[in-house]
Design a protein around this ligand. Structure first.
Ligand code: NAP
Length: 257
C-alpha cells in the first residue's frame, strides 16, 4: 500500500483551487494564474464593492479555459468560512488547494489604537486565518495544499504595525500545528510573507517618504509586486509539496530572520 500522498502530478490542471480574497490584487492574480493552468477556481470576495472585480476574475478564468465561481463571505464569521468551503465542494466536488490572502492593515501608534481596531485586526488577520485553515483541514482532499499570505513585517523591527504584524504572527503557529496534524493525509500547510507590495493596501498606510524608504531596502530599489508572489504560491501548490509548516519570506531582501 502506498501511504505517500505526495502527488507526482505537479500540475494544477483539473484541480480545485479555493482562493480566499481571490478577486483582486494578489488574490486576483493567484486566481487567474490557477485558471490559466486549467484549475477550477473558487473566487471568494468580501465587500459588495469587490463584486465587480470578483466577476471580472471569474470571467478571466473562464476565458483562459478554466471553470470558476464567485462566493461572497465575511471570513471573520466562522459559519461563513464553512459556507465558502461547502460551496466549493457543492460546485466542484472536491478541493485540492486553499489559499487565504485576506488581510487588513493598520499603521497606528499603540497609544492611539482603539479596542474596536484591535478586535477587527485580529478578527481578519488571525481568527479568519485560523478557521480557514481548520476548514481546509476538514475539507481538502488527501495531498492538498494550504497557503496563507502573511507579511515580511514578521521579520521587521518597526513602529506602527503592532496590531497588523501582531495579528499575522499567530498564524505561523496555527500553520505549524496544522502542518503536523494534516501530515498524515499528505496535506502541506505554509505561509508566504511578501515585502511591502505595490497595491492600494500598502499605500493607504504610508507617506511618500516611507514608500521611498521601503523601495530603497529591496533588491532593485523597488517594492514587491504581486507578480513576485503568485509564482511562489503556485510552487507551494505544485512542486513544492515537500515544504510544510514554513513561512517563505519573499521581499527582495527587505527583511530576513
Ligand atoms: N500590499 C502589501 O504591502 C502587503 C505586504 C505584505 C503582505 N500583504 C498581505 O497580502 C494579502 C493581500 O493583500 P493585497 O495587497 O493584495 O491587498 P487587498 O486586495 O486589499 O487584500 C486584502 C483582501 O482581504 C479582504 N478582506 C478584508 N476583510 C475581510 C473579511 N472580513 N473577510 C474576508 N476578506 C476580507 C479584502 O476584501 P474587501 O476589499 O472586499 O473587503 C481584500 O480582498 C493580505 O493578506 C495582506 O496582509 C500585503
Amino acid at each position: 500500500m502506498n501511504n505517500n500522498h505526495s502527488s507526482t502530478d505537479h500540475s494544477l490542471a483539473g484541480k480545485v483551487v479555493l482562493v480566499g480574497a481571490g478577486a483582486k490584487n494578489l488574490g486576483g492574480l493567484i486566481s487567474r494564474t490557477a485558471g490559466s493552468a486549467g484549475a477550477k477556481v473558487v473566487v471568494h470576495y468580501h465587500a459588495d464593492a469587490t463584486a465587480p472585480e470578483a466577476e471580472a476574475t471569474v470571467a478571466a478564468v473562464k476565458a483562459a479555459g478554466g471553470e470558476a465561481v464567485a462566493v461572497q463571505a465575511d471570513l471573520t464569521v466562522v459559519a461563513q468560512v464553512e459556507r465558502v468551503f461547502a460551496t466549493a465542494l457543492e460546485t466542484f466536488g472536491r478541493i485540492d488547494v486553499a489559499v487565504n490572502t485576506a488581510g487588513l492593515v493598520l499603521r497606528k501608534p499603540i497609544t492611539e489604537t482603539t479596542e474596536a481596531e484591535y478586535d477587527l485586526m485580529h478578527a481578519v488577520n488571525a481568527k479568519a486565518a485560523y478557521f480557514f485553515i481548520r476548514e481546509a483541514g476538514k475539507r481538502l482532499a488527501d495531498g492538498g495544499r494550504v497557503i496563507t499570505v502573511l507579511t515580511s513585517l514578521l521579520a521587521a523591527f518597526t513602529d506602527g504595525y503592532s496590531t497588523y504584524a501582531g495579528a499575522k504572527a499567530p498564524v505561523e503557529h496555527y500553520t505549524r500545528a496544522a502542518a503536523k496534524e494534516f501530515a498524515a493525509r499528505g496535506i502541506s500547510v505554509n505561509n508566504v510573507a511578501p515585502g511591502p507590495m505595490d497595491t492600494p493596501f500598502f499605500y493607504g498606510q504610508e507617506t511618500p517618504e516611507r514608500v521611498a524608504f521601503h523601495q530603497s531596502q529591496a533588491m532593485g530599489g523597488r517594492l514587491t509586486r504581486i507578480e513576485d508572489i503568485a509564482p511562489i504560491v503556485t510552487f507551494l501548490a505544485t512542486e513544492g509539496g515537500w515544504i510544510t509548516g514554513q513561512t517563505l519570506f519573499a521581499n527582495g531582501g527587505y527583511t530576513t530572520r
